[in-house]
Design a protein around this ligand. Structure first.
Ligand code: HXC
Ligand code: NAP
Length: 294
């Protein structure tokens, strides 16, 4: 096992904290929830499918011995969001950390999308993050709790990306909200806002929708990544746990990219020269020397 696949923080690092993870029943949300619970936090997971939440919460608490609460809801619906927060506070007394992780996404030529397709992804990613952030923020402000928010975005939040335009549009909004509130609520209430921009981390949700088997040979993400591998869930959970913990008390308004260098590979105009062999470099050098002599 590589070091990045191992838990990183001290065992009690999140003791005394209640952490709510949206989309916490599957994928990266589940991996973060699992590690937060291992580190002593009381965890709440929420998403639309109650049976998935139930199974995940049982799996986590049986592994860590810590209480996990689940409440089904739709992040797009404000009443549903209020209901999840209210039930969580009734259960655990408070909430200290919000992780906006729930997402919807698919690949498609943009001109083929209906307005409802756009609305669906914008609703989950942007409006969903707004709903939870506003409701949690008001609770923290009213109760003088210096809570913190971790938003899970992606690297195309700032580059944009064709074929995932609803998601790129929504994630850009979440990133803008992260930085804006880091200043506004940081100064007034001591509430921190940060984000993680993951590169490709294999999850059923993302892989089924974004890397379908039929076209995998065209878009295998490992080909684009300088470090030549996809991410490991534990390394993302390690970073997330640090960012929501009090060890990161001075980290505010930051987006940390965890992608093996993927987006910069695309940005550098000459980065594809890795395709040039050593022999070819030697030939180019010889030609240059020859030209200089003559
Ligand atoms: C085009 C689509 C579509 C698709 C749905 N729609 N899927 N259009 N291509 N593949 C359209 C529908 O036709 C409909 O429009 C509208 O979207 C709403 O569809 P519903 O099925 O009713 O939506 P809903 O039940 O709200 O489901 C939301 C969803 C779904 C986003 C469509 O995929 C979902 O539940 N996703 C949740 C999990 C997820 O996406 N995980 C991946 C995150 S990965 P009409 O007009 O027909 O009514 C991620 C990684 C980023 O974000 C970076 C990776 C490197
Ligand atoms: P995932 O397993 O599909 O997670 C998405 C979660 O969101 C699911 O648990 C889903 O549960 C929940 N969700 C969707 N719509 C919802 C709604 N309306 N209300 C409440 N919950 C809803 O995918 P993932 O890969 O782990 O993605 C997690 C996060 O990482 C997302 O923000 C994604 O954009 C980001 N990310 C992932 C990658 C990657 O490579 N995996 C890369 C960059 C960024 P229900 O269906 O039960 O509602």
């Amino acid at each position: 096992m590589e070091n990045y696949q191992k838990p990183m923080l001290k065992e009690d690092s999140l003791e005394g904290k209640v952490i709510l993870v949206t989309g916490g029943g599957t994928g990266l949300g589940k991996s973060m929830a699992m590690y937060f619970s291992e580190l002593g936090a009381k965890v709440v997971i929420t998403s639309r499918r109650e049976e998935v939440l139930k199974a995940t919460s049982e799996e986590i608490s049986s592994k860590t011995g810590n209480e996990v609460f689940y409440k089904a809801g739709d992040v797009r619906e404000i009443d549903s969001v209020r209901n999840v927060i209210k039930a969580s506070i009734e259960k655990f007394g408070t909430i200290n950390v919000l992780v906006n992780n729930a997402a919807g996404n698919f690949i498609s030529p943009t001109e083929q999308l209906s307005h409802r397709a756009f609305q669906s992804v914008i609703g989950i990613v942007l409006q969903g993050s707004i709903n939870f952030t506003l409701e949690m923020g008001r609770f923290w402000i009213e109760n003088k709790i210096p809570g913190n928010v971790l938003n899970i975005v992606t690297t195309y939040a700032w580059t944009g990306s064709g074929y995932t335009v609803p998601s790129a549009t929504a994630k850009a909004g979440v990133l803008a909200m992260t930085r804006s509130l880091a200043v506004e609520w940081g100064r007034k209430y001591g509430i921190r806002h940060n984000a993680i921009a993951p590169g490709p981390f294999p999850t059923k949700g993302a892989w089924e929708r974004l890397f379908p088997e039929e076209i995998h040979h065209l878009i295998d993400p490992t080909n684009r990544i300088p470090l030549k591998r996809v991410g490991d869930h534990q390394e993302l959970a390690n970073l997330a746990a640090y960012m929501v913990s009090d060890f990161a008390a001075y980290l505010n308004g930051e987006v940390i990219t965890l992608d093996g260098g993927e987006w910069l590979q695309g940005a550098g105009q000459f980065s594809d020269l890795h395709a040039i062999s050593d022999e070819m470099w030697e030939m180019l050098a010889q030609a240059r020397r020859h030209k200089r002599k003559n």
